[in-house]
Design a protein around this ligand. Structure first.
Ligand code: ATR
Length: 274
């Protein structure tokens, strides 16, 4: 255990509620491993207090914070500068306080791509089909475009998919009813909906028409192995679990705040999934 000194570096996560967040475990593991004089703490912040608290902790010497539900859009507004990728992703999840300025980043796209790569899948190798049109879908679509992938979105509410495609020129849309039949044309399938999460409905997505080399990624991580991933494995397809994205998306923030690039490995996976 490293005891804090008066010069300890501080960061944390703001959410409301925040008690479910696994980020303190992730960053706490990395801080302990590197023996860094620093701490990463949960910060329960109500929506109406968000901007005031952000400016307050920045003034109190924090290096930055992660931002989770319901603050991801408010985080945009509090920034003095927003990174290009965060602008394309339409959301900020990582704030870096630097020389009196608040810099906004989005690390979800990085986390998704790094996790897919860690599973031996090339994110830009083939056309990608994304299920869903929420915030996670937008960050992943933008990241896959940056990797050179041809991206198609399908969503229960078609208008939301169309709106996302307008925000990210080049993204195509597919009617939700056609998702299973169209699957053969894709090299990567990504579930960004909440379906398949513990306590939610099942995702109705048959993989019968999957091409031989299809990789299937799910951003749901509770359970760790969703029914979608289990079916992919049963069919001999590559399956990419969602927890890895959560771990990888934490890397850029940690590096910016604490000055060390941390490693995502099996031990971290075990600690955070426990
Ligand atoms: P986030 O921003 O975290 O990605 P979100 O904006 O709540 O989450 O998006 C959740 C996604 O799950 C949406 O694409 C949603 O589809 P709609 O846009 O039609 O609401 C999708 N989703 C949730 N419940 C669903 C269901 N029962 N069937 C199909 N899609 C569903």
């Amino acid at each position: 255990m490293t005891l804090l000194s008066g010069a300890a570096r501080l960061a944390g996560v703001m959410g409301w509620p925040v008690s479910h967040s696994r980020s303190p475990r992730i960053h706490g593991t990395w801080l302990a491993r590197a023996g860094i004089d620093g701490a990463y703490v949960p910060l329960p912040v109500q929506p109406q207090d968000f901007a005031e608290v952000v400016r307050g902790v920045a003034k109190a010497g924090f290096r930055g914070v992660n931002v989770t539900i319901p603050h991801k859009e408010a985080a945009f507004a509090v920034c003095d500068e927003v990174a290009d990728f965060a602008r394309r992703a339409g959301a900020v999840n990582t704030l870096v306080f630097h020389e009196g300025r608040i810099l906004g980043r989005n690390t979800d796209g990085y986390g998704f791509v790094a996790n897919v790569r860690a599973h031996g899948v090339k994110p830009g190798a083939g056309p990608a089909l994304i299920l869903g049109a929420g915030g996670a879908a937008r960050a992943i679509a933008a990241a896959l475009q940056d990797e050179g992938a041809d991206v198609t979105l399908t969503n229960r509410t078609f208008e939301r998919a169309e709106a996302l495609a307008r925000a990210l020129p080049g993204v195509r849309v597919l009617p939700w009813e056609d998702r299973a039949a169209a699957l053969g044309a894709f090299g990567l399938l990504v579930n960004t909906t909440s379906l398949g999460m513990r306590g939610q409905e099942a995702l109705d997505m048959g993989l019968e028409r999957a091409a031989h080399g299809l990789a299937v990624a799910d951003i749901v991580y509770a359970p760790l192995e969703t029914a979608l991933l289990a079916e992919a494995r049963m069919r001999g397809l590559k399956a990419v679990e969602g927890l890895g994205m959560l771990l990888h998306q934490a890397v850029p923030g940690f590096a910016a705040w604490f000055g060390v690039t941390p490693v995502v490995d099996d031990e971290l996976y075990e600690i955070v999934s426990a």
